[in-house]
Design a protein around this ligand. Sequence first.
Ligand code: NAD
Length: 291
Amino acid sequence: MSAQIIDGKAFAAALRGRIALQVASFRDAAARAPGLAVVLVGEDPASAVYVRNKGKATLAAGMASFEYRLPADAEQADVLALVQTLNADPAVDGILVQLPLPPQIDERVVLMAIDPDKDVDGFHPVNAGRLATGLYGFVPCTPLGCVMLLKEQLGDLAGLEAVIIGRSNIVGKPLAQLLIGENCTVTVAHSKTRDLSTIVKRADIVVAAVGRAAMIRGEWIKPGATVIDVGINRTEDGLVGDVDFNGAASVAGAITPVPGGVGPMTIACLLRNTLVSAYRRAGLKLDMATL
Ligand code: NAD
């Protein structure tokens, strides 16, 4: 193995430490804690774990955590009513509705109902539009975490050739916007892309966000490239990413492991977005350089 392993867990822990310091300053200035509300509809076990971890991390950072659970047969109107209550609640700076939602609920309608200025997941079309046009808004947490890791590893990303595999609204598309903003030359590959291996081969930065175990082969990677593996796949061998880790690690310059790479950054960036929201809503200035 020649690649450097990018320790997302350590980077995320350090970021959470810096966030906690700013939370303490906020509490002094605003006489309240930044608040994150998480809504879970139904009993999906993976979602329940995510929600529990988010709640724990929120409290550990010194923020207030509000958790709302609705039954799997909740109606769309119930979810919308809860979102409206949270939109109006001054103690809530961030609202996150855990996806996926049960089939009787239209995800898009629910995401549209969240106040864009409390949309710390960055999924509201207003925030997607802000990101696409370079305006100030909330950036989805996973792509934000990917870019933080890339800048920590590589410094200035200008001019680098970036290939993103996956075009979802929560990872691939916002990541493409962020990397364009960093002056990369960006290619977004997807399920209909032809000759994926040739496209990946030219990348200085490869980001895999597909959800298929080890589909990105080591021999596709350009020697020295930086590989960010967003994928989380449960297999008989445990959790693995979308990249054939051993194969890629023998040629890449640096690579994120799964678990311990992008995953911890997602939660840290959620806390970061909630902190930013709290400062903004209170009219206080947050020095972003401290994050
Ligand atoms: P998604 O299912 O919404 O999108 C998958 C994308 O992969 C699609 O755009 C599709 O076009 C593309 N794709 C499918 N088959 C392909 C193929 N053969 N070749 C090229 N592209 C192909 O997924 P998502 O929500 O973006 O998540 C992707 C992965 O990232 C999943 O494993 C998910 O669990 C993981 N994820 C991890 C985090 C984290 O915090 N680490 C956060 C979000 C998602």
